[in-house]
Design a protein around this ligand. Structure first.
Ligand code: PEP
Ligand code: MN
Length: 356
């Protein structure tokens, strides 16, 4: 994909792109005051939802088209580009009428290829920057597919926003970060500007710094952060919005990282450490190969004795003992569990294959 690099989008971007603003536009005064509070915050575009996809009916579902007028007034008064979420072709048409500077497709919409295609058809020829939020489910193909639909419609200013994934597990966050998915997205579409939306990942404002810093450590191109002049009165996502002061404090606290540096000492030391890691990885792979050879022998033995490949008690014993050994070696129990799930699945495949 030959996407336009971020610095050619016509939106001013400092080291990273920052989009900030309320979850929802609630009144012209709320929008204007919030935007005023963001002044000098190096914000590339003000964000505000006009049409809100709420899980249950009856909540605040957005102010609608009237909000576009407010956005345009704020843009004129503060000379700041503005952006909003679109879910239907009619939303795109209204945004184009008001010359909205940037759009994003929400997580629920990205999950629906019919909806994305209808948006792509309407966006054709507009040239407007569009960000695609990750789908609700941890399905990278749906995310890439939505980006492809926009690309095939001729758009070149396409970005991605990582806002986390729904999970049934009890976790600290509102949406699981699942970092490996956005990392893989960037590998599959190297030129795509990738933003992190720590507000929707975290769900609570106290957690935002650590997720935002992690995104910068992972070389993200920017952040989208929800800011409200008075979060406790917000009509949506009240617990995760920052006040403008909190937003400025967050910006001061964050450290922007770069992929390479110019310290000779760093270069020498990182080379040595990488050499050690390469060596360990080589051993890990050799050991895993040996482990699978043994799995094949066990497969033969089990088959000759009419014994099932899967042994629930043995599996339980493996999980518990490896988890404990992992913790003794500074590894998290969850990491070791997931690692051995993958190893065990591969061992079963080898045991089955030894039959063929
Ligand atoms: C939003 O940005 O306010 C929003 C609704 O986000 P998401 O699509 O990530 O839930
Ligand atoms: Mn929100």
């Amino acid at each position: 994909m030959a996407l336009k690099p971020l610095h050619e989008w016509g939106i001013s971007v400092n080291d990273i792109l920052i989009s900030a603003g309320p979850c929802s536009a609630e009144s012209e005064e709320q929008l204007l005051e919030t935007a005023r509070g963001l002044a000098d915050g190096k914000v590339s575009f003000l964000r505000a939802g006009i049409w809100k996809p709420r899980t249950h009916p009856g909540g605040f579902e957005g102010i609608g088209i009237k909000g576009l007028e407010w956005l345009v007034n704020v843009r004129e008064e503060l000379k700041i580009p503005v952006g909003t979420e679109v879910a239907y072709p009619a939303h795109v048409e209204a945004c184009m009428k008001y010359k909205i500077d940037a759009l994003w497709i929400g997580a629920r919409t990205t999950s629906n290829p019919f909806a994305v295609q209808a948006l792509a058809d309407t966006l054709k020829g507009t040239g407007v920057p569009v960000f695609v939020k990750n789908p609700i489910s941890p399905d990278i193909e749906l995310w890439i597919g939505a980006i492809e639909r926009l690309y095939n419609a001729g758009l070149r200013k396409i970005g991605a926003i990582h806002r986390g994934f729904s999970t049934s597990k009890k976790i600290l966050y509102r949406n699981a970060p699942n970092w490996k998915i956005p990392i893989e997205l960037k590998r599959r579409i190297p030129g795509i500007p990738l933003l992190c939306d720590p507000s929707h990942i975290c769900g609570t404002r106290e957690l935002i710094f650590s997720i935002a810093q992690e995104a910068l450590d992972l070389l993200y191109d920017g952040l989208m952060i929800e800011v409200h002049k008075n979060p406790s009165e917000a009509l949506s996502d009240s617990g995760q919005q920052l006040t403008p002061d909190q937003f400025h404090a967050l910006m001061r606290r964050l450290t922007i990282k770069s992929e390479t540096g110019d310290s000779r000492e760093y270069e020498i030391r990182i080379k040595e450490l990488r050499h050690e890691v390469d060596h360990i990885d080589e051993h890990l792979i050799q050991l895993l190969g040996k482990r699978m050879d043994i799995a094949e022998k066990m497969g033969d033995l089990k088959r000759r004795n009419n014994i099932s490949v899967f042994q629930p008690h043995r599996w339980e014993e493996i999980i518990n003992s490896r988890r404990t050994a992992g913790e003794e070696n500074g590894l998290s129990g969850e990491f070791v569990f997931q690692l051995f799930q993958v190893i065990h699945e591969e061992a079963i495949r080898h045991q089955e294959e030894s039959e063929k």
